[in-house]
Design a protein around this ligand. Structure first.
Ligand code: SF4
Length: 209
């Protein structure tokens, strides 16, 4: 390990790598997923293995949906979550995340990035679940709901609020990644490869600092 973390000298040395990755909650707790979407029993093992293999610490962000609707909830599309109350909820969570990003960065740690979840109407980065028919007015009982949905090239509600908060604090350079919830939302292998590259770059930068 390098004797320096980030680009600043540390007066006290310990075992820390100084590397941190922020993860969407469900990557470390598949029980948070809408029923039918958990792809592994406990965690998304590949991202945990990748982080631990390179001594990257993990910060688990809160799940906006579970914190708003609870564990027993239906899968929804972005328009349904795009209400002011859910946005405020997401904004508050994003503020807490940015507080952490800021204080670690201010004190010589490398925040490698924030890993979101493509396909989610809340945590999507490159695509989110959207209604099949934008003109459709949603409502009624659950059995009235249209089963049709698709993944549109839009960010989820939490991602929008998080990006806004990062921007306002001058933290827009923090890298954002997304692992897809389902194969239709993107290539898991490609997304993991991008995160791996960012970690390796961070390690290289630490070693040459
Ligand atoms: S994608 Fe986001 S909102 Fe959906 S379960 Fe994961 S953390 Fe919660």
């Amino acid at each position: 390990m390098t004797g320096m973390i980030g680009q600043m000298k540390s007066s006290v040395h310990d075992a820390r790598s100084g590397r941190i990755l922020f993860l969407s909650h469900c990557l470390l707790n598949q029980n948070a997923c809408v029923r039918g979407l958990a792809s592994q029993p406990a965690v998304i093992r590949e991202i945990v293995d990748l982080a631990l293999a390179r001594d990257v610490a993990i910060v688990q962000m809160q799940c906006p949906e579970v914190g708003y609707l609870g564990s027993l909830r239906w899968g929804q599309v972005k328009k349904m979550y795009g209400n002011p109350m859910f946005r405020r909820h997401c904004r508050r969570l994003a503020e807490g995340v940015c507080d952490l990003v800021q204080t670690y960065r201010d004190n010589a740690h490398r925040v490698i990035g924030i890993v979101l979840r493509d396909g989610s109407p809340t945590c999507g980065l490159n695509c989110s679940a959207v209604e099949a028919d934008e003109q459709q007015v949603w409502g009624g009982m659950v059995w009235n709901a249209s089963p049709l949905q698709r993944f549109g090239p839009t960010e989820g509600v939490y991602t929008e609020e998080l990006k806004r908060e990062l921007q306002q604090r001058g933290l827009a350079d923090v890298s954002l990644f997304a692992l897809p919830e389902v194969p239709e939302a993107g290539s898991f292998a490609d997304a993991l490869h991008a995160i791996e590259g960012a970690i390796d770059s961070a390690i290289e930068a630490q070693e040459t600092a």
